[in-house]
Design a binder for this molecule. Structure first.
Ligand code: URA
Length: 446
């Protein structure tokens, strides 16, 4: 392979064959080509795009550079959920034990927070002792034993994507629908899934804020799944405001424990329920929506989902006492409210600046090697559209020092927008669209 020729062809609007994508992926994984050539190819892809066959070939080629989880013959369905990410987006911690408690195997491979969005691995690791760095072999045994493993992307999985993603991050070539779809699906297909539910966020706090770009990503990933025989269903959900009340790692774990006990914020339950129904119906396509809802509700009310979470925590080295008694989770030293400086209506809780405020508190990263404080974050006391009086608490900041608390309260009071009359931009529906191979439909909770 002469990479220079491939770069030139892509630069000029041509296409690469499946064999050529395989060689590119292998060279990316084994280090036989320099960063500058891969970066140039990525920029050419960014401008010229990939057709469907190229996207599929690149996905399979990246997948083939690593190992995969092996689903035993005749095993229960293996279903995962992937979210494009957001602030307060914590549904994975509820969905994984919930689905596993009703007999669906959930091999969930998640990421860390980067930029303004949080990451499932960081949330889980706020449980003392919890390990997410399981080998694939260990994950396979755990899946067989308890039906769920919550792991990170090990070096064994799609190493070509690891290198290409780092280069994309450094060369401003992340925001390319085909590259995003190939990157995510190369890792998801390595999980040996029989079905995948996508949670595509839209709104100002989403990775791709505009609906049409989110839908394009969903369609591309659905097509990639179909090409590999894995059914994929996408729901479009709101990220114009944080999901739930809690933002920050240990605070979000507490909120998930509430949800697993049948409590917690209604919006979190709405989004989680919608995703859970899709996961269960991918596992058991003949089950009616109403029956799927009833099965899932029973798993919460009977305590089966909560118990499954305890089993997962125990299996991955976590301290189960912190699950039973969340006061044992990391707790911030300095806690204080942000008060309304006027009466009015909450016009906006914009997720991006909220995510950046959490990073400033020490609860997120600006660089992959930053160490985070799991205890810090924010709990919102109001919702967009609520009427508030002067002096009413709008949010509670959990910080690691008195000065961080002062700074956090100051930031939050500048971020939470109060006004008069209804919010001018309104709010997005929590779940707005459902996308399948059949097309896009407006979401209706049956
Ligand atoms: N997440 C991924 O894993 N890859 C991307 O390209 C974007 C988000």
């Amino acid at each position: 392979m002469i990479l220079r020729d491939l770069i030139e062809r892509k630069r000029d609007g041509g296409r690469l064959s499946s064999d050529e994508w395989r060689e590119v992926a292998q060279a990316a994984a084994n280090g036989s080509v320099p960063d500058y050539q891969l970066a140039a190819l990525l920029m050419a892809i960014f401008w010229r795009g990939l057709d469907d066959a190229e996207t599929s070939a690149l996905t399979s080629a990246m997948l083939a550079t690593g190992n995969v989880l092996h689903r035993p013959e005749g095993a229960a369905p293996w279903i995962d959920k992937h979210s494009t990410g957001g602030v307060g987006d914590k549904t994975s911690l509820i969905l994984a034990p919930l689905l596993a408690s009703v007999g669906v195997t959930v091999p969930m491979m998640s990421g860390r927070g980067l930029g303004h969005t949080g990451g499932t691995l960081d949330k889980l690791e706020s449980i003392p002792g919890f390990r997410t760095d399981l080998s694939l072999t260990r994950a396979e045994s755990q899946l067989e034993a308890i039906g769920c493993a919550l792991i990170g992307q090990t070096t064994e999985i799609a190493p070509a994507d690891r290198r290409l993603y780092a280069l994309r991050d450094a060369t401003a070539t992340v925001e390319c629908i085909q590259l995003i779809a190939a990157s995510i699906m190369s890792k998801k297909l390595a999980e040996g899934l029989t079905g995948l539910v996508l949670d595509v966020k839209r709104g100002s706090g989403a990775f791709l804020p505009e609906l049409d770009r989110g839908l394009a990503l969903a369609r591309t990933m659905i097509a990639l799944g179909a090409a590999s025989g894995v059914p994929v269903v996408a729901l479009v959900t709101a990220m114009d405001r944080p999901l739930g009340d809690a933002c920050g790692n240990a605070l979000e774990v507490r909120e998930c424990l509430d949800a697993l006990r049948g409590d917690g914020p209604v919006d979190l339950r709405t989004v989680t329920d919608a995703l859970a129904v899709e996961m269960l119906r991918l596992a058991r396509p003949s089950v009616a929506v109403a029956d799927a809802r009833a099965t899932l509700r029973d798993a919460i009310t009977s305590g089966a989902a909560f118990d499954k979470f305890r089993q997962i925590v125990a299996a991955q080295g976590g301290d189960v006492r912190a699950v039973d008694d969340p006061t044992l989770l990391p707790t911030a030293t300095d806690i204080g409210d942000v008060l309304a400086d006027r009466e009015g209506v909450v016009h906006a809780l914009p997720p991006r600046p909220i995510g950046h405020a959490i990073i400033a508190l020490g609860g997120g990263r600006t660089r992959t090697d930053d160490v985070i404080d799991p205890a810090v974050g924010v709990i919102f006391r109001v919702r967009v559209g609520d009427t508030v009086r002067a002096g009413q608490p709008l949010a509670t900041v959990h910080a690691g020092s008195p000065s961080a608390l002062t700074d956090g309260r100051h930031r939050l009071s500048g971020i939470i927008r109060l006004g008069d009359g209804p919010p001018p931009d309104g709010v997005l529906p929590w779940v707005s669209h459902r996308v399948t191979t059949g097309g896009v439909e407006e979401y209706r909770a049956e």
